[in-house]
Design a protein around this ligand. Structure first.
Ligand SMILES: [Zn+2]
Length: 436
């Protein structure tokens, strides 16, 4: 076989198959072709004979894992992490809305976007579902930065036409028109690496006309997404029930406007009843579970057992900045800590942060695991970069390795990050030079 342009990454390959099973090649190899697709994965001893002429990257015992999937976070809030002391609505008014208003300055917006996408790569995130702000030019700049930096995103301009500060209030018509223009420009860019999500902030800041318009756009542009918040805080839910008195529940507000179904991503979804959970399952809508954020704002606990048992699609979100860390390792740990009565085992946590997240984003045919035919979105993990992890961890059973990663890990574990076979971060080269 002609291996020109092929790269073989030799190391300890771990990739999830399901919430409880994973493939494990201790002396393994991931073979990536010239266009960034995975063409083989398995034992080095079996693959090495067929890779003559390929570039070999020997990673020793270091780990090769699928890139991490962050199903919900906010680009403009990256500068606002760690600002505690309020529940959701007061926190938004005090810290977040002023920070988002600054995005009317597109130079500022571009600078923060550059920082944000560098941080995503540094944290090993290879697919992110992202809120921007209401500003069209800022959202446009964010897509340009993501395109240039090689990030994989589902992203959109935020839509707010009610109960919002004057600096962030749009007319319904402008919100819908600008969102449609951005979707036409960016959805599917670079062979599908950039995807568009219509992004009404939440029920509180939406008129019925806006949500009806989102429903129409979602139906008009197949393959696009809707990304919004659902049932995060009790005061938010009360507000929404007064604003939409005919709806049976918060989820029913979105359902009544056609904002439900495959490629609808609902962040939080904490206070759901049985009918809501059934509706999420039946419509193949997706939930972004954001435990770190829910701890931080004291919003409540996700019904993990019930939602898992119902067979809903869900993954994890950092929800920066209500979540204080962009590292999915921190989020995995918090997902376990949040449940008082059950253990969520490390392989399942890794699944939720990789393949489970990709399934929830309906992109598991492309990413989320190290599988032949998928695009090569992966991270190289070096546990020795993080203090507190024992020196011989890589010689221990893989279940023990995963447990150490989940409970002791953070961004410092990440040696390098690849999207579609291209290195977008290397710890020894923060300027992303060509040596990685
Ligand atoms: Zn959020």
């Amino acid at each position: 076989m002609d291996n020109q342009g092929t790269t073989v990454y030799r190391g300890h390959v771990i990739t999830p198959l399901s919430a409880s099973e994973y493939l494990d090649y201790i002396d393994g190899a991931l073979v990536v072709d010239a266009v960034g697709c995975i063409v083989a994965v398995g034992e080095w001893s079996e693959l090495s004979a067929g890779v003559a002429g390929a570039t070999i990257v020997d990673l020793g015992q270091r780990l090769i894992l699928p890139g991490l999937v962050d199903l919900h976070l906010h680009l403009p809030q990256v500068s606002q992490t760690g600002r505690s002391g309020e529940h959701l609505l007061a926190w938004l008014n005090k810290y977040i809305f002023p920070a988002e208003a600054r995005f009317s300055d597109t130079r500022h917006a571009r600078k923060i976007a550059s920082w944000f996408f560098d941080e995503l790569a540094r944290n090993g995130t290879t697919l992110a579902v992202v809120f921007t702000t209401v500003h069209k030019a800022a959202a446009d700049a964010a897509f340009e930065v993501a395109l240039a930096k090689g990030s994989r995103v589902i992203m959109g301009k935020v839509m707010m036409d009610a109960n919002s500060p004057p600096a962030l209030t749009e007319t319904t018509q402008v919100s819908l028109e600008e969102s449609e223009e951005l979707a036409q420009k960016w959805h599917g860019a670079d062979n599908g690496r950039l995807l568009y999500a219509f992004t009404p902030r939440f029920g509180v800041t939406s008129t019925p006309e806006l949500l009806a318009g989102v429903g129409r756009l979602f139906a008009k542009y197949p393959g696009t997404y809707v990304h919004t918040h659902l049932s995060e805080a009790k005061e938010e839910i009360q507000f929404v029930s007064k604003q939409f008195p005919r709806a049976r529940s918060y989820l029913d507000v979105y359902r009544s406007f056609g904002i439900i179904g495959e490629r609808t991503v609902f962040a939080h979804a904490i206070h759901l009843d049985d009918d809501d959970i059934k509706c999420v399952k039946e419509t193949r809508s997706s939930l972004a579970h954001c435990p770190s954020s829910n701890f931080f704002l004291k919003s409540g606990a996700f019904l993990y057992q019930k939602i898992r048992a119902a067979g809903c699609l869900f993954g994890l979100g950092s929800d920066v900045a209500a979540g204080p860390s962009m590292s999915l390792f921190n989020v995995m740990k918090d997902a376990n800590y949040m449940q008082p009565d059950i253990w969520i085992e490390p392989p399942e946590l890794l699944f939720r942060a990789t393949l489970g997240g990709a399934q929830a984003a309906h992109l598991d045919h492309l990413t989320g695991s190290l599988t032949v035919g998928k695009e090569a979105d992966f991270i190289v993990v070096d546990p020795s970069r993080k203090s507190g992890i024992v020196d011989d961890i890589l010689a221990q059973p893989t279940d023990e390795i995963l447990s150490s990663l989940v409970f002791l890990g953070d961004d410092r574990l990440i040696e390098s990050t690849y999207v579609r076979g291209k290195c977008i971060f290397h710890c020894k080269n923060v300027d992303m030079l060509a040596t990685c």
